[in-house]
Design a protein around this ligand. Structure first.
Ligand code: SF4
Ligand code: SF4
Length: 462
């Protein structure tokens, strides 16, 4: 209950203007971050051993403790401890430097794989980012751009299609060539980002929503295909190839209508509300029918879909639904390796190397399945890529927000890829495909970059 004394004191001008305004307009209580939030023990599991340091791409680049997993956890625990039940540390402000070190993290989760103590770093950094978005005033332009991308663009499929139409016009009309040749992109500081722009498809995969593709031969499984968001306008061919491979191996494939972006990009950026709303829509669409599995060809999406229950606290009605949903989610490589390939694969006399996608290896702990599928192609030579477990620099929209660091990581990746002598780099995530294709173009390596299922599809068509 409000005490009458401060109001009385304010009327007599006994309080400063700021205090008076606080009395007149008491601050709104800070809204809690929705969903599952870490507790003190989640941070305290870090015993500062440092075994994660060499696995961390940013620490490897700069040798700075503040840009290591251990250093970032240390900073998180000192920022507003009242947010973390059980925390006894002193409170430090949400400073520019804290935001910078958290922004520079790729959320690649390589530190989770390396950690012997079981620190779930992804959970911690996503909570730190949600706090930043709630409490830290980013510069105006950054705020507007981030709000547009995470609240509007990714949540509305028609907007993705509209923007893609404009970009296709830019790419096909000659405008792109003109913009590149007259140097306007350089002038605007957009040259590097523009080079990462994917080619927009002629036909969008959105048109396939609502279709069912019959199994070839006896039906072995009935699956729902999760098509992604931007992949519907840039990776339609990959999605088609995935369906061909699945149907050829005895799967009936349903592409449920009404599915939306998985919410990974929003959740990784700290925008939990839009991520939760997207999850609600996908839960309604994919739990409407019973499928043997919900399959995705995007490791980044799969990792978030498998953790939908993290977006809802255990008391929310969506939580049990999210758990039921997540249990059915499979990466396409994981699903096919477990099901076993039955389609005939022609020999491909070719040398390839495989780049692990962070959210497949570190986010889902899947290392063997893609390699197993590649080894199933007769005559295909698989050469291990040195440091394939280190991020290529794609990391969601990291290549757009932290372009310089992303390109540094890409340089190193392309050096290692060239050292294998493989003319083809294979990976398992559309974001990595884009990044590595940009790398091959920038470094003029002449290497083609394919998804595992695209290579299987080629072997099936030969
Ligand atoms: S390996 Fe795990 S316990 Fe050791 S410093 Fe890194 S996060 Fe902490
Ligand atoms: S998520 Fe990746 S970049 Fe971030 S601290 Fe862990 S290893 Fe380093």
């Amino acid at each position: 209950m409000d005490s009458p004394i401060p109001k009385f004191a304010a009327r007599l001008s006994l309080l400063s203007p700021v205090e008076s305004s606080l009395v007149a307009n008491p601050p709104m209580p800070t809204p809690a971050i929705p969903g599952l939030n870490p507790v003190y023990e989640d941070y305290a599991r870090c015993v500062h051993c440092g075994l994660c340091l060499n696995a961390c791409p940013t620490y490897r680049l700069w040798n700075l403790e503040a840009d290591s997993p251990r250093g970032r956890i240390h900073q998180m625990i000192h920022v507003a401890p009242s947010e973390i039940p059980g925390n006894v540390h002193d409170e430090l402000p949400l400073s520019d430097s804290f935001v910078e070190h958290i922004d520079k993290c790729l959320d690649c989760r390589a530190c989770e794989t390396a950690c012997p103590s079981g620190v779930e770093y992804g959970k911690l950094v996503e909570h730190a980012r949600a706090r930043i978005e709630r409490d830290y005033p980013r510069p105006w332009l950054a705020r507007v751009a981030r709000n547009f991308v995470f609240r509007d663009f990714l949540t509305r499929p028609f907007l993705i299609a509209d923007v893609a139409h404009l970009l296709r016009l830019y790419q096909r009309s000659g405008l792109q060539a003109i913009a590149r040749s007259i140097g306007i992109l350089k002038l605007l500081g957009l040259a590097e980002r523009e080079r990462l722009l994917p080619r927009i498809d002629d036909d969008f995969f959105f048109d396939r929503f609502g279709r069912t593709y019959q199994a070839i031969g006896p039906r072995r499984a009935r699956i729902a295909f999760f098509a992604g968001c931007i992949a519907n306008v840039t990776f339609s061919d990959l999605n088609e190839a995935t369906i061909r491979v699945l149907t050829a191996n005895g799967c009936e494939v349903v592409v449920p209508k009404g599915q939306v972006c998985c919410g990974a990009l929003a959740a990784h950026a700290g925008y939990r509300d839009p991520a939760r709303e997207l999850a609600r829509q996908n839960l309604a669409v994919f739990l409407h029918e019973d499928y043997d599995a919900i399959v995705t060809n995007a490791a980044g999406c799969g990792s978030t879909l498998k953790e939908y229950d993290h977006l809802f606290s255990s008391t929310e009605a969506e939580h049990p639904k999210a758990r039921a949903f997540s249990k059915k989610v499979r990466d396409v490589t994981e699903f096919l390796a477990a099901l076993g390939l039955t389609a005939k694969l022609a020999p491909l006399r070719h040398r390839v190397t495989y780049q692990d996608s962070c959210h497949l290896l570190h986010g889902q702990e899947i290392r063997e399945a893609p390699r197993q599928l590649l080894r199933a192609i007769p005559n295909l030579e698989l050469v291990e890529l040195p440091y394939s477990e280190i991020c290529c620099g794609s990391a969601g929209i990291y290549n757009v927000t932290q372009t310089e660091t992303s390109l540094e990581l890409l340089d190193e990746k392309m050096r290692h890829a060239q050292s294998t002598g493989a003319p083809t780099i294979v990976t398992a995530n559309p974001g990595c495909l884009l990044q590595l294709r940009a790398g091959a173009a920038l470094h003029r390596t002449n290497q083609q970059v394919l998804h595992v299922v695209e290579l299987l599809d080629r072997a099936m068509q030969s």
